[in-house]
Design a protein around this ligand. Structure first.
Ligand code: HEC
Length: 157
């Protein structure tokens, strides 16, 4: 073997040895450890659109609280209640885990209650208490799930 070739072999061996521990440890754990919801790109878009609508309505309600505009609070809250037209197609809903649906349902029913109480009690401070409950529900779900784009497993239905 020529001197130059020996050097190349030695360098290749060193590189292999250096890489070995990394390969043995397997792929690095992802930084984001929340459970992935695997959705198609357009499904992810619809879920995130609903999310941004949630945030927009919370802003509208917060503004209405500062003006003690109970009518506006009821209107805005109802627009996100369980009676509101659901933009998420059943095919996509079928891909979501049961716990996700329970958490999402809890948000819609809290909006229902907020609308009803804004009309019957007309107490902005009570609306604020409900706003806090609502935000806790938003945070609870955000701590558990993330959305990944992919084909995923075929839906159960
Ligand atoms: C049932 C679960 C769940 C609930 C409840 C929930 N979210 Fe989300 N939200 C998600 C998931 C999952 C994402 C995507 C997170 C990711 O992929 O990192 C998300 C993303 C978002 C985003 C980012 C949207 C974008 O365009 O990227 C906003 C804003 C948001 N949520 C607001 C809210 C608000 C406000 C509430 C409460 C009224 C709420 N969400 C309740 C699951 C939920």
């Amino acid at each position: 073997m020529m001197k130059m070739q020996k050097h190349i072999v030695a360098a290749a061996l060193c590189a292999l040895l250096a890489a070995a521990p990394v390969a043995a440890a397997g792929p690095a754990k992802p930084a984001d450890q929340r459970a992935p919801l695997v959705l198609l790109d357009e499904e992810r878009h619809l879920v995130l659109l609903e999310m941004r609508n949630f945030l927009a309505v919370l802003q509208t309600i917060t503004d209405a609280i500062t003006r003690e505009d109970m009518k506006e609070i009821a209107r805005a809250a109802r627009s996100m209640g369980s009676g509101a037209a659901n933009e998420i197609p059943p095919k996509t809903v079928a891909k979501l885990p049961e716990e996700f649906k329970v958490l999402a349902g809890g948000v819609h029913t809290t909006f229902d209650l907020m609308a009803l109480d804004a009309e019957s009690l007309a107490d902005p401070k009570h609306t604020l208490v409900q706003m806090n409950e609502l935000l806790q529900k938003c945070n609870a779900c955000h701590g558990i799930y993330q959305i990944k784009v992919g084909r995923g497993a075929p839906s159960k239905k």
